[in-house]
Design a protein around this ligand. Sequence first.
Ligand code: KG4
Ligand code: ZN
Length: 348
Amino acid sequence: MSAKLGNNDAQPSPTLILAIESSCDDTSAAVLRGNVVLSNIVAGQAVHSKYGGVVPELASRAHQQHIVPVVQQALAEAGIDKSALSAIAFTVGPGLMGSLLVGASFAKTMALGLRIPLLAVNHMQAHILAHFIQSENDPPQFPFLCLTVSGGHTQIVRVDAPNRMTVLGKTIDDAAGEAFDKAAKVLGLGYPGGPMIDQLAQQGNDQRFAFATPKVEGCDYSFSGVKTSFLYLVQKELRANPNFVTKNLADICASYQRHVVAYLLTVMQRAISETKVKSIALAGGVSANSKLRHEFALLAEKNGCTAHIPPFAYCTDNAAMIGMAGHFQFINEEWASQSTVPQPRLVF
Ligand code: KG4
Ligand code: ZN
């Protein structure tokens, strides 16, 4: 597929895609005309915050409650009648089985009723392809390297075309988002913890505390040691001073955030040096992190690369990115069938 398909200056396609995302704890629906987003509705699920993480059974029940109003709102906001749709795209994986089933069943039923094609989208590829949604940013040129950092995944991907991606490295245990969320849980902050750590870090001294740096070969990551060193530091300091967390919250967040971001970018630097690719991109929920966005731009500058950092609306889970990936699959005629089943552990 040519790089031109994703360009902002490409001819607007008449293709109208309704996209549905339900892989984890956000129910989202979007309508896209070509690479232009006409609507992108996201319903979050506050029900999980008191448990400090996503409870799968509660997530699928909430998806069932949200999906009809969210799709109706997406169509209404786009000013599109369902009879005008060209296809329906849905997230086929990876994600939580119960959550994926709600979106998949809804998409299949609607496509069957409307007699239009169905497009089964890989959630992680969609995070990357969100860069081709029309916005004020230029899309990356192929090939590019994408650091994809979310609540469940951390990967460095070489992207040669929308349907040609190679994972150069990935985490061997926890994801970067989990490293933020679990640290936030230790600090008694709510879920998801990443945005709260980011906010608290703004006022803190990022040099106060040090954490373990994993030694992993190649372009892979490991976050379990980072997370454990965080837990041990907090436990040790709390024994000496029960008010340690409340008195030092901003410094703890700033130091931990600096450490996680530096580690993410050390491995990314390795990938840039090895591949000599000159275009680098960020994707996934953690790409909303202010420190990561800032340091990523500096990393690109240092290496003479162009940096592609997604608008906030397309960092965390959203259906617009599913629609963008679906658009490429529509052009390639990569149709799904009514017998397509969700794949919780889908890889590339
Ligand atoms: O991509 P995403 O919305 O869902 C998954 O596919 O997992 O990513 C969610 C993750 C959570 O771990 C959340 O804490 C993290 O993204 N996140 C952040 C920020 N905003 C979201 N992490 C650090 N800083 C942020 N500003
Ligand atoms: Zn995601």
